[in-house]
Design a protein around this ligand. Structure first.
Ligand code: SF4
Length: 265
């Protein structure tokens, strides 16, 4: 039984690995095109398949902060999503996310800080990219404000409170001071954090950047930057909003699948 299980696991892993091109240039869209050629002797016209743009292998794993904060905050369970994006560059997809409420919140907070006489830095001014031995990590805090000498990293959220938001700000507090702009603004201080919601503000103490948090962060980064992919954890809600294209994830749950083939109700 155990032998069967391990063979099944190995087969799954092989399927998973074979979906990603080992070398830049080979791609899943080429595989689909070759299927069309094989079927071309049939009298029926070949079935048209939607061309999937190839994913390009990154020369070094790259992690955007929010890919891991959602895992650390247990908002998401499927680590394969973050792993895929860390190791492969997918073509950009159109997003229907409306950022206007968030952008207004950032503008209002920045104006408020300025009116109080504090130095304030917004979004692109705060972008960072930290190089590590196993991967690079990038992020962009909404606001960095210097209040009476204390740097504070703020992130504005237009929705409800989530642990993932706290993890996101904690990662900024840990990494931002390592960047060139962070070194200049923080001057050796660990920044504090602040989450700004439409109806409340949550303060995060610099003391939360402790050994326990650093270990949790290291473990998560190690999983996502590893050359071995973590298992896929498919679920209706995560797969529905996951931007790893179907062709790259054999476990993807089809949200359009028929569910009316029963006589229960
Ligand atoms: S499609 Fe589903 S199983 Fe596949 S990576 Fe995304 S969330 Fe995970």
């Amino acid at each position: 039984m155990n032998c069967l299980k391990s063979r099944f696991k190995q087969t799954q892993m092989n399927i998973q690995l074979s979906l990603f091109p080992e070398e830049p240039g080979s791609s899943i869209s080429e595989c689909q095109n070759s299927n069309i050629t094989r079927n071309s002797t049939s009298k029926l016209p070949p079935k048209k398949t939607k061309k999937v743009q190839p994913a390009k292998k990154r020369s070094k794993p790259y992690i955007w902060v929010t890919w891991i904060s959602s895992l650390m905050g247990e908002e998401k369970q499927c680590k394969f999503t973050a792993w895929s994006h860390a190791h492969y560059k997918f073509p950009k997809q159109l997003s229907d996310f409306d950022s206007r409420t968030h952008d207004d919140m950032v503008r209002q907070r920045a104006a408020q800080h300025k009116s109080q006489g504090f130095a304030v830095y917004v979004e692109d001014n705060n972008s960072f990219n930290i190089n590590g031995k196993t991967c690079d990590i990038g992020g962009r805090p909404d606001i960095v404000v210097i209040e009476n000498g204390q740097p504070i990293i703020e992130d504005c959220k237009s929705g409800k409170r989530k642990t993932a938001h706290r993890m996101q700000v904690l990662i900024y507090m840990l990494l931002f001071p390592l960047s060139p702009i962070g070194k200049r603004l923080c001057q050796g201080h660990t920044p504090a954090g602040r989450l700004v919601y439409p109806d409340s503000i949550v303060e995060i103490s610099p003391s939360e950047i402790n050994a326990r948090f650093k270990e949790f962060f290291r473990q998560t980064v190690a999983i996502i930057s590893s050359s071995t992919p973590p298992p896929q954890v498919p679920s209706f809600w995560e797969c529905r909003y996951c931007n790893v294209l179907g062709g790259y994830c054999p476990a993807k749950v089809d949200p359009e699948a028929d569910t009316d083939n029963h006589d229960l109700f």
